[in-house]
Ligand binder design. Structure first.
Ligand code: FAD
Length: 396
C-alpha cells in the first residue's frame, strides 16, 4: 500500500493538537492532524465546549508566531488583575481579598480569555488557509510502529502514514501513550468542575476572581459583553455529590446558587450558556517521549483548572518542540531527549503546585482553612513573594 509521508503527524485535534498544527506549519513543516471527533465550532451546538481558556503572556508569543493571534485579537478579553478571595468554610462570605496586578511585573495584562468553541472555530479557519497542513476529522490513530528512521502510523480507515515526528495530543486517555507503553500516575479528588457563562450587572473591569471555599474554588474569568451586558466564564469546583445536586437544578435555581457562591461580587448572575461538568484529576505521564514520539498537553499532564495552567503548559510543550526543531533533526533521539529534559521539571513543579492549591481549597478542617488564609496573606503581604508568585504563575 502506498504510504503518505509528512514531517509531523499529530494525533488529536483538541485545542493543543490544532494549535500545534498551525505552529509547525508556520515553521514550514508538512503536518497532518487527525481526530475521530470533528471539532465543534458553533456556540449554539449542544456539544460545544463550555470552557474558556485564559492564554497567559508567553502563550501569546507562540500564537503570534503561529499566525493565529490576528484571528483572536478582536475577541480577546484582557486579564489585568487576578483577585484571590478566601471565603472560609461553608459560608458565602469573603474574609480576605488579595489582588495581584499585572502592572507590578509587566506592561501587558496577565493574559487574554476566550471561549473554547471560538478558539476551535478560528483554529479551523486558520488551518484551511494552510497549504502544508491538513486536518482529517472522522479518522483516528489505530496503530503505530516506530523505526530509527521514521514512524509508521495506520489510521482507523486503513490509511498508512509515515512521519519523522509523532506528536501525541490525543488527550488524557492518549492511545499513543498506551501504544508507546508509557504509564501515567493519576490523582483523583472526587471533585467536578462545572463550567458555564453568565451575565451580571456589575462590570468585571478585567479582574479575574478566584473565591476559595471548602469544596474547591469558584472562578469568574472576564469575557467580552453579551448583548451589551458584562459577561464572565465560570469554573465552579465542588465535590462530586454536591456538583450532581447542583447540575440537577433548573437554570434559574442554579443561577441563584451560583450567585450566592460567588458572594455576589458581580451582582446576581444570569446564565448565558448551557452547563457542563468535568471530572477534576491530576495526571502525569511517566515519560514525555518514546522513539520518534513526543507527548504534549493532556496526553502528558492534566491538572485542576486553577491559575489557568493547563493549556498554557501545553503551549510551552509546543514552543519547546518548535525551538528544538531548529537545532536537531526532526524526531531524532537527541531532539526528544532534549524535550524530556526541558519540560520534565516544569511539568512536575506546576502539577505539584496546583495539586497543593486544590487540596488546600478542597479541605474542610479548621486548621487547613486557617493555613490556607495564612498562606494567602503571606503571598500577598510580601512584595517579593507577590512578584515571585505572579512571575511563576505566568511562566516567565
Ligand atoms: C473545567 C476546565 C477548565 C479549564 N480552564 C483552563 C484555562 O482557563 N486555561 C488553561 O490553560 N487550561 C484550562 N483547562 C485545561 C484545558 O482545557 C485543557 O488543557 C485542554 O482543553 C486540553 O486539550 P488537549 O488538546 O490536550 O486534549 P483534548 O481536548 O482532550 O483533545 C484530545 C483529542 O484527541 C482525540 N483523540 C482521542 N483518541 C484519538 C485517536 N485514536 N486518534 C486521534 N485523536 C484521538 C479526541 O477526540 C480529542 O479531540 C481547563 C480544563 C478544565 C477541565
Amino acid at each position: 500500500m502506498e504510504r503518505e509521508h509528512f514531517d509531523i503527524f499529530i494525533s488529536g485535534g483538541g485545542l493543543a493538537g490544532l494549535i500545534a498544527t498551525c505552529a509547525f506549519a508556520a515553521k514550514g513543516f508538512s503536518v497532518l492532524c487527525v481526530d475521530p471527533t470533528p471539532p465543534v465550532t458553533n456556540n449554539a451546538d449542544p456539544l460545544a465546549d463550555r470552557r474558556s481558556t485564559a492564554f497567559l503572556q508567553p502563550a501569546r508569543t507562540t500564537l503570534e508566531a503561529a499566525g493565529i493571534w490576528p484571528r483572536l485579537d478582536a475577541h480577546a478579553e484582557a486579564l489585568q488583575i487576578m483577585r484571590l478571595a478566601d471565603a472560609g468554610g461553608v459560608e458565602n462570605e469573603i474574609r480576605y481579598v488579595a489582588d495581584f496586578d499585572a502592572s507590578d511585573v509587566s506592561d501587558l495584562p496577565f493574559g487574554w480569555n476566550f471561549p473554547n468553541w471560538l478558539l476551535r472555530r478560528e483554529l479551523m479557519a486558520q488551518i484551511e488557509t494552510l497549504t502544508n497542513a491538513s486536518f482529517r476529522a472522522g479518522v483516528g490513530t489505530k496503530r503505530v510502529l516506530t523505526r530509527n528512521a521514521q514512524a509508521l502510523v495506520t489510521l482507523s480507515d486503513g490509511t498508512a502514514i509515515g512521519a519523522d515526528l509523532i506528536i501525541a495530543a490525543d488527550g488524557r486517555n492518549s492511545p499513543i501513550r498506551d501504544m508507546a507503553g508509557i504509564g501515567a500516575q493519576t490523582w483523583r479528588y472526587g471533585q467536578k468542575g462545572m463550567v458555564f457563562t453568565v451575565s451580571h450587572p456589575i462590570p468585571h473591569e478585567n479582574v479575574s476572581t478566584e473565591i476559595h471555599r471548602t469544596g474547591g474554588p469558584f472562578t469568574l474569568v472576564p469575557l467580552p459583553d453579551h448583548e451589551g451586558t458584562p459577561q464572565s466564564a465560570i469554573v465552579w469546583m465542588e465535590t462530586g455529590s454536591e456538583a450532581a445536586r447542583l447540575m440537577a437544578l433548573s437554570d434559574v435555581e442554579f443561577a441563584t446558587e451560583a450567585s450566592a457562591r460567588s458572594c455576589n461580587v458581580l451582582g446576581p448572575l444570569t446564565l448565558t450558556s448551557k452547563r457542563a461538568a468535568w471530572p477534576i484529576i491530576s495526571q502525569k505521564a511517566d515519560r514525555l517521549t518514546a522513539e520518534r514520539t513526543a507527548l504534549i498537553a493532556e496526553a502528558a499532564h492534566v491538572m485542576p483548572p486553577i491559575g489557568a495552567q493547563g493549556l498554557n503548559m501545553s503551549l510551552a510543550d509546543i514552543q519547546t518542540l518548535l525551538d528544538l526543531s531548529l537545532d536537531h533533526p526532526l524526531g531524532s533521539e537527541s531532539m526528544l531527549k532534549a524535550y524530556e529534559m526541558a519540560r520534565k521539571a516544569d511539568v512536575s513543579i506546576r502539577l505539584q503546585g496546583v495539586d497543593l492549591l486544590n487540596r488546600a481549597s478542597l479541605g474542610s478542617g479548621p486548621n487547613l482553612r486557617a493555613l490556607r488564609l495564612k498562606g494567602l496573606q503571606f503571598l500577598h503581604g510580601s512584595v517579593t513573594a507577590r512578584k515571585f508568585a505572579m512571575r511563576a504563575g505566568l511562566g516567565v
